[in-house]
Design a protein around this ligand. Structure first.
Ligand code: NOJ
Length: 529
């Protein structure tokens, strides 16, 4: 019997940008509550993942937590949270919350105590070290968001580690008190009924205990397997994250989850070697799965996508369950990465592969990346490192054609601008258009819900298809579904058993009988049974 998270489609909400109910231009929990029917009935997803809504100075928009067991007043209250979880559960949906274990805010009372004196009982909750004799930081480690990963603290004369912003000091997970406190934070939310956690930069929580320098890797610069991160790519990050001890920490987290029924965890782990990535499945004793970002990092070509999907599917251990991601709050919007036609085909891919899909809010409208003017820039990464801004993928959801797109009240200044075509590309308008991207997603979600082969079946790639086509079959018991995806600018004929089109990416061929050979249009995707 499959677990709920194996059959589920997860939908990520960035709370600042989903629905504002207070008129401050920032989304909130009551806003999400008011859209629960959209999630459950209109769209038809099974689980919601909320990016952080905890008290925070918002230096990194909530990924700098100053209280792990509360709600930021800007987002609402714990009562609002309880109402939201009840509403989701009442509709048979699940709630996954973000958990940020690697670092807290520098305003968290733990860090304020830790930095107050070398003798403070919380001193060792964070990573403090003496500098080198020449006055330089303890190691050459760099922060993801630019600059050295160490900041010197004048008060106590030592350096503290921050893998991201200086306002995000790293907690020391080798300290059992820290681990116990973080486990208690997990229990706080588990007791409130959350069904699982998305664990922020999970593999960062264990570093080299000797803080050895990372080797330089200047050759990697500009050829990073994922995205070019500038000077950060000048090092091979072998000592500042992903120490093998992290598996033990994951097992500890898992043992907390296993104190409860049916809970789930997914780690945000950027690792692009399929076997090293798959090692994070451990023996099934740690996190339930590491997020699979391979599709985000793969160029949109038939061979590229097929070889990555095959490599990843082959690497997932037999006891484990795959998953796929095409977008999130850190990446350029899907519709802009691939273009509108291929973004439709990508939706077909995501929702027909073997494994749990995670959707990013707004992608179901075909929302594109927004060019946020420099004076409105918000993202600290973009402000510190030119070109790295994530603002463009975090803009408000569009519900209708009223002022502020139904996201916020008329006249409110939204925290980021709306996308340019929000008057056409919004939920209300797209529901009225049978061929819209939203109706494509709704149809795919319904189809997946009705098809055991798509949810749970095997994945078998098909050989002998024309260049520029990636085709596969999903199969279980007596049911089998074929998926054809074109990456080409040209029409092609694909040899295939006779069948009926269940879904076409253009939403214009459903019910069509196809036999012997299927004419696949440029950049089209078809699901055929
Ligand atoms: C990964 C998160 O997805 C990102 O948004 C955040 O800035 C960093 N971790 C730091 O927490």
């Amino acid at each position: 019997m499959a677990a709920w998270w194996q059959e589920a489609v997860v939908y990520q909400i960035y709370p600042r940008s989903f629905q504002d109910t207070t008129g401050d231009g920032v989304g909130d929990l009551p806003g999400i509550l008011s859209r629960v029917d959209y999630l459950s009935e209109t769209l038809g997803v099974d689980a919601v993942w909320l990016s952080p809504f905890y008290p925070s100075p918002m230096e990194d928009f909530g990924y700098d937590v100053s209280d792990y067991c509360n709600v930021h007043p800007m987002f609402g209250t714990l009562d609002d949270f309880d109402r939201l979880i009840d509403a989701l559960h009442a509709r048979g949906m699940r709630l996954i919350v973000d958990f940020v274990p690697n670092h807290s805010s520098d305003q968290h009372p733990w860090f304020l105590a830790s930095r107050s004196s070398r003798d403070d009982p919380k001193r060792d909750w964070y990573v403090w070290r003496d500098g080198r004799p020449d006055g330089s930081p303890p190691s050459n480690w760099r922060a993801v968001f630019g600059g050295p990963a160490w900041d010197f603290d004048e008060v106590t004369g030592q350096w503290y580690l921050h893998s991201f912003l200086p306002q995000q000091p790293d907690l020391d997970w080798r300290n059992p008190e820290v681990e116990a406190a973080m486990h208690d934070a997990l229990r706080f939310w588990l007791d409130r009924g959350v069904d699982g956690f998305r664990i922020d930069v999970a593999h960062f929580i264990m570093k080299d205990p000797e803080f050895r320098d990372n080797p330089l890797a200047p050759a990697l610069s500009g050829e990073a397997p994922f995205k070019d991160m500038g000077a950060y790519d000048d090092q091979a990050h072998v000592h500042d994250k992903g120490h093998p001890d992290v598996l033990g920490a994951f097992r500890g987290i898992r043992s907390v989850l296993d104190e409860y029924d049916d809970r789930f965890s997914v780690g945000e782990i950027h690792e692009f070697d399929p076997l090293r990535w798959a090692a994070y499945y451990d023996q099934g004793a740690g996190l339930h799965m590491p997020f699979n970002f391979f599709l985000i990092a793969t160029p949109w070509t038939a061979d590229g996508v097929r070889s990555r999907v095959d490599a990843v599917d082959g690497a997932v251990p037999s006891h484990a369950w795959p998953n796929h991601v095409l977008g999130n709050h850190d990446e350029q919007r899907l519709a802009s990465r691939f273009g509108p036609e291929s973004a439709r085909a990508a939706a077909v891919l995501l929702l027909t592969l073997r494994g749990t899909p995670t959707l990013y809010y707004g992608d179901e409208l075909g929302m594109g990346e927004v060019a946020v003017p420099p004076e409105q820039e918000q993202d600290p990464w973009g402000i510190r490192v030119p070109g790295m801004s994530r603002d463009g993928c975090r803009t408000p959801m569009a519900w209708d054609a009223s002022p502020n797109a139904g996201f916020s009240s008329t006249g409110a200044a939204t925290w980021l601008p709306l996308h340019d075509d929000w008057r056409e590309s919004n939920v209300e308008a797209e529901l009225a258009d049978p061929a819209s991207v939203l109706n494509l997603y709704r149809t795919l979600l319904k189809m997946r819900k009705e098809s055991a082969a798509l949810r749970l079946g095997t994945y078998v790639p098909l050989d002998g298809v024309p260049d520029g086509c990636f085709a596969y079959v999903r199969k279980i018991d007596g049911e089998s579904v074929a998926v054809l995806i074109s990456f080409s600018e040209h029409e092609m004929d694909v040899p295939l058993h006779p069948g009926t089109v269940l879904v076409s990416s253009g939403m214009d061929r459903m019910g069509e009988a196809v036999g012997g050979s299927v004419r696949l249009r440029a950049r089209e995707a078809l699901v055929i049974s």
